[in-house]
Design a binder for this molecule. Structure first.
Ligand code: CA
Ligand code: CA
Length: 289
């Protein structure tokens, strides 16, 4: 009884079956590599850290768009000379200007958010048309932007977030919510109730828009989720991320929604991750009212 066949007697059929076996083995290996790469894409969401946003550096080729918002909206008109003139009371917000019938349209005004309080009057870009108007711009950010910079005047020409004292005064007067406008003029809305009642990050704990939120590696203005771990696919986030966050190439200006948690959401839930809508915005205007 031969247990080992002599090599020289190997039949064509045997070598052919060896060939089939080898081909199948290679195919299975390629299949495993393919599945592991697809799985990595999914695990970028599943492996999120406490920031609630994904951890991986493996997303490549994400294009960094040039500034397009100013091209879309054109140069902003300035109406600020009509407000806060000597002897004239400043309005406290874009909406305050609107409700007093002093709006001259979308553009630049001067506001004094806390009236006689110590916060000095500052220029603000006001959207007086979208969603009823009266929206004050407090941040303008873009993907692929290394730093989140505090400025005194947030406008369309440059990126930046409002300085802490001005931001907090503006935030404390919020009545309706936040509105976000992307480079394609898509409008997202988040109601004041959701801004204040979020279980993970609500706007009242955000003291400084240019710094990472406590417990996070990126600036998160709002985060709602069942467990605040970023592990499932049930979180919604408003982010302004800088280079400290690895995936800032797409999360720099980011609105993240897995489950339906925003009040108005213009994006289809069919991004690179079928169950998420995280990579639509290359650039965002962040308004408050
Ligand atoms: Ca003041
Ligand atoms: Ca983005």
């Amino acid at each position: 009884m031969k247990l080992i066949r002599p090599k020289q007697n190997t039949s064509f059929f045997e070598s052919f079956s060896d060939l089939i076996f080898a081909t199948m083995a290679i195919f299975v290996m390629l299949l495993i590599i393919f599945i592991s790469q697809v799985g990595e894409g999914v695990s970028q969401i599943a492996d999120s850290d406490s920031s609630g946003v994904s951890d991986s550096e493996s997303i490549g080729g994400q294009s960094c768009k040039v500034n397009t918002i100013k091209d879309v909206f054109g140069p902003a008109q300035s109406f600020d000379k009509n407000h806060c003139r000597r002897g004239k009371t400043c309005r406290s917000s874009c909406n305050d200007i609107l409700v007093h019938g002093e709006s001259k349209g979308t553009g630049i005004y001067t506001i004094d958010v806390d009236g006689r309080g110590k916060v000095t009057p500052f220029k603000a870009y006001c959207d007086m048309e979208t969603r009823g108007g009266g929206w004050t711009l407090f941040a303008h950010h873009q993907d692929c932007t290394a730093e989140v910079v505090e400025v005194d005047f947030v406008h369309l020409e440059n990126l930046g977030v409002l300085r802490s004292d001005k931001w907090k005064a503006l935030r404390d007067g919020v009545q309706e919510g936040m509105m976000f406008v992307d480079e394609k003029e898509k409008v997202t809305f988040l109601s004041v109730q959701k801004l204040k009642n979020a279980n993970c990050v609500n706007i009242d704990v955000v003291q400084n828009l240019s710094l990472a939120s406590p417990g996070y590696r990126s600036n998160v203005i709002w985060h709602a989720e069942n467990d605040c771990q970023g592990k499932g696919q049930d979180y919604s986030i408003v982010a302004i991320a800088g280079s400290s966050y690895k995936n800032y190439t797409f999360a720099g200006a980011g609105l993240w929604q897995f489950a339906e948690q925003f009040d108005e959401w213009p994006y289809p839930n069919t991004g690179r991750y079928p169950s998420a809508s995280i990579d639509h915005q290359n650039e965002l205007l962040y308004f408050i009212k």
